[in-house]
Design a protein around this ligand. Structure first.
Ligand code: NAP
Length: 293
């Protein structure tokens, strides 16, 4: 069994980006700039956004963090998005989710210029991804593709079973695995809450990708010998031995499943660390006008 090391892979990708930024700087080119909008003080969101800003510093990107109180109006937020859409200094930007209930998240995401939508959530980027056109790919599925690629895992002709159909993970993952590019060319099954006999499907998976948010959902009896298992789940469970008071658990019963696998991601340290690397990749692509020309 080989552990798919997301931390090491993420560092390698960020080192490659940093080298490219250094080369751009040396030639006197424009340094890529990522802006992030954060609404409110939710602990998880603050940490995620701070980590994104720190990553920008580390690899040499410019960055700006725009913060609002929970009470910000939808109109004010939309005005800021318009401003960022038109700001030539900003190559890409993100609006950290979730947003307060009085703000329509879809309206906000659709207001972002697709050319600057480095989270890849705008319907234009989703549509382009489905059509096989150049697009910003959402970070988590793109990170999983990188893991498969960098560990040279064969995907062509394999049966890939994805559990979960969210817009940010399960659905784009299933589409990307079915595309006629590597990693892809797989036969894909997508499972959800109403799937009858989940284990019947998972046992057929050469590649099993689980994005649900239910710790321990996938047990050893549900996994085929030699399968590649990618665990996206990250649920905070109480843990008094930790300073934070919690630890992260995946959707897969790692201790019992790992011994049956050819490759498996740990939680934490698997898919999670790739998210930032892929956001940085999208920002670099935005700065280089790679997607929309
Ligand atoms: P989500 O929007 O809540 O979607 C969960 C999906 O799981 C839904 O499609 C749901 O089906 C399905 N589901 C729920 N219970 C199920 C069951 N018993 N059997 C089969 N399917 C079931 O979650 P998400 O945003 O995709 O995130 C999933 C997990 O990944 C979470 O733990 C999240 O924290 C984690 N995550 C991690 C990263 C990262 O590491 N970077 C990024 C994103 C998400 P229905 O559609 O039928 O309701």
């Amino acid at each position: 069994m080989t552990l798919l090391d997301g931390k090491k892979t993420s560092e390698a990708i960020q080192d490659e980006i940093a080298a490219e930024v250094a080369a751009i700087k040396a030639k006197g080119g424009k340094v890529p700039h990522l802006a992030a909008i954060l609404v409110g003080n939710d602990g998880g969101s603050v940490t995620y956004v701070n980590n994104k800003v720190l990553a920008c510093d580390r690899i040499g990107f410019g960055s700006s963090l725009i913060r609002y109180e929970d009470s910000v109006s939808e109109e004010e937020l939309l005005n800021k998005i318009k401003e960022l859409n038109e700001d030539p200094e900003v190559d890409g930007f993100i609006v950290q989710l979730p947003l307060p209930k009085h703000i329509d998240a879809n309206k906000v995401l659709e207001a972002i210029d697709p050319k600057k939508d480095v989270d890849g959530f705008h319907p234009t980027n989703v549509g382009r991804m489905v059509a096989g056109l150049p697009a910003y790919l959402p970070a988590t599925p793109a990170g999983i593709l990188q893991l498969l690629k960098r560990y040279n895992i064969e995907t062509k002709g394999k049966h890939c079973v994805v559990i979960g159909r969210s817009n940010i993970v399960g659905t784009p993952m299933s589409i990307l695995m079915s595309k006629c590019t590597y990693p892809g060319e797989a036969t894909v099954t997508i499972c959800h809450r109403n799937t009858v006999d989940l284990a019947h499907h998972t046992r057929q998976a050469d590649i099993l990708i689980v994005a649900v948010g239910r710790p321990g959902l996938v047990t050893a009896d549900m996994v085929k010998e030699g399968a590649v298992v990618i665990d996206v789940g990250t649920t905070r469970v109480p843990d008094e031995t930790r300073k934070s008071g919690f630890r992260l658990r995946g959707d897969v019963d790692f201790d019992n499943v790992a011994e049956k696998c050819s490759y498996i991601t740990p939680v934490p340290g698997g898919v999670g660390p790739l998210t930032i690397a892929m956001l940085m990749t999208n920002t670099l692509r935005a700065a280089k006008h790679e997607v929309y020309g």
